[in-house]
Structure formats: structure tokens, C-alpha cells
Design a binder for this molecule. Structure first.
Ligand code: SAH
Length: 260
């Protein structure tokens, strides 16, 4: 479905967002274009998703509004002070209410599709973005309900990580995706990667489309897709198979895959 077509699911009162997102960030400008584009932009414009940013710099003391300082114990770089971050969190919550607070950190628990589903059901979440060498540990201990990492690499700040979490979470909020799109049958939904997707033209640079997808036999298509999902998961993400053991049907499919 095209992004700009009106959709009955999106007619929601401006005063009752299904998900309110608070972002605590030194760089709120990073989020503007991202929150305006595509289906997320539409959900924000309709009030289905509400987003507010609060900048710790507005709560920093002194003429220079300094938010960072050198680490106790020495070492390179700067650390975000806890006081302006705490003041920003308190201000946001005094205005709009308590949120489930996530601190973005490479040392946090790994974010995955299940976390996204949990967050989508929470109603109000807060994403606290670090910068520089990170945030004084007292924010994690006194304020964060959890610390989350989006992967085993180090970003320069929490903003892009927050955007990842917002996008993965918002699309699970009922009404955000167009009615034609499903979140049930996609990658990770049942511990498997999604099957491969194909569309027109039927022949592209000499490569055709799997015959079964053109057959009109829905049961056969569904079975082919489950087998394809299994094949891809075995090949790209065997760790998912370890965590979600093979079903009876998948065992049979494996034998078929071995033969082909
Ligand atoms: N010195 C820290 C890295 C700080 S990176 C360390 O070695 O752990 C600065 C900020 O970027 C962090 O405070 C965090 O908010 C954000 N960040 C960096 N990598 C991230 C990741 N993989 N997931 C989530 N947030 C991340």
C-alpha cells in the first residue's frame, strides 16, 4: 500500500497515542527527518505515536552549559555528567508522566525482536542517549529500568541506536503498518528468518521466479516458504536453530533439502 493513502487504522485521536516515546538527547535534530518519513512519519502526524525530546544541555549549569567532564580515575575522553541527564529525565516525566526508561549502552542487554514487542506494549518508553565515553554510571543505577545495546559495535552516540529501537518498536504498534502488511510472518517471529520474497518481472536478467510461487496452490506455497525459511536460517543463522529446536515438519524438510 502506498504511504500517503488514508487508512482507517490511522484515524486516532491526537490525545491518545498508543505509544509515547521520550528521547533524552544532546542532539535532538538527528531525529527530525527520521520521524517525518514514511509510515513512522504518518503515525507521528496522526498522533498514533507521540515523540518528545529533552536536551540535558538545557539543564546544565553555568554559562557554558557543560554536560561532560573528565573521568574519575583518569583516562581519555569525557563522560556525561549525571546531573543534567537526571534533570532532563525528571523534567520530561514531570510534564508527561513516568516512562519505562532505557539507557542506550554497548554494555547493555542485546536488543531483539522480542524486546521490540515488549516495548510496543508499554505505552510510554524513554530512550536515554549517551555520547563521548558514555554516561556516569549513577544514571544506570538510579534511573534506568534497563540498559540496552543494539549490537556488538561502538557508535559515537545513542541517537542512531534509539532510532533503531524506535523503528523496530513503532511498527509493532497496531495501526502503524498499512493493513496489507503483516508482522506475524516475518523474520524472528518464530525463531526463523523470513522466506525469500519475489515480485514482477517474472524473468530478470535471466533469473526466473520459483515455479511453486506461480502455481496458485496456497498450501504448496505456504509449505515452500516454511522450507525456504528453514534453509535460510540453517545457512545464515544456525544459532537461531539452537535456540528454537526443529519441529517435526522441519525435520522432514531437512531430509528433502539434503536430497536436493
Ligand atoms: N566507552 C564506551 C562507549 C561509549 S559510545 C564503551 O566502550 O562502552 C557513546 C554512547 O553511544 C554510549 O553512551 C551509548 O549511548 C551509545 N552507544 C554506542 N554504541 C552503542 C550500541 N552498540 N548500542 C547502544 N548504544 C550505543
Amino acid at each position: 500500500m502506498s504511504d500517503d493513502r488514508p487508512d482507517a487504522n490511522h484515524v486516532v485521536s491526537k490525545t491518545t497515542p498508543r505509544l509515547a516515546i521520550e528521547i533524552v538527547t544532546l542532539f535532538p535534530e538527528v531525529f527530525a527527518p527520521f520521524l517525518q518519513a514514511s509510515l513512522l512519519g504518518k503515525a507521528v502526524a496522526s498522533g498514533l505515536i507521540a515523540v518528545a525530546t529533552t536536551n540535558p544541555r538545557d539543564f546544565a549549569p553555568g554559562r557554558h552549559r557543560q554536560v561532560d567532564d573528565s573521568p574519575y580515575g583518569g583516562g581519555p575522553g569525557m563522560v556525561l555528567r549525571p546531573d543534567p541527564v537526571a534533570a532532563a529525565i525528571d523534567d520530561a516525566e514531570n510534564r508527561r508522566g513516568r516512562a519505562h526508561r532505557l539507557l542506550l549502552s554497548p554494555s547493555g542487554r542485546l536488543f531483539d525482536q522480542r524486546c521490540a514487542a515488549d516495548l510496543a506494549a508499554r505505552g510510554r518508553i524513554m530512550l536515554i542517549c549517551g555520547r563521548y565515553e558514555g554516561v556516569d554510571e549513577r544514571i544506570a543505577q538510579l534511573y534506568a529500568d534497563e540498559s540496552v545495546s543494539i549490537g556488538d559495535y561502538v557508535l559515537a552516540g545513542g541517537e542512531v541506536a534509539a532510532a533503531v529501537i524506535i523503528e523496530a518498536t513503532a511498527r509493532l504498534v497496531p495501526g502503524v503498518l498499512g493493513c496489507g502488511e503483516s508482522v506475524v510472518e516475518e523474520s524472528f517471529a518464530a525463531g526463523r528468518l523470513e522466506f525469500s520474497q519475489w515480485t514482477r518481472p517474472p524473468l530478470f536478467r535471466g533469473l526466473g521466479v520459483p515455479e511453486v510461487l506461480l502455481s496458485g496452490n496456497h498450501a504448496e506455497v505456504a509449505r515452500w516458504r516454511r522450507r525456504e525459511a528453514l534453509r535460510r536460517t540453517m545457512s545464515h543463522r544456525p544459532d537461531l536453530i539452537d535456540r528454537h529446536p526443529l519441529t517435526e515438519e522441519e525435520r522432514a524438510m531437512l531430509a528433502e533439502l539434503d536430497e536436493s
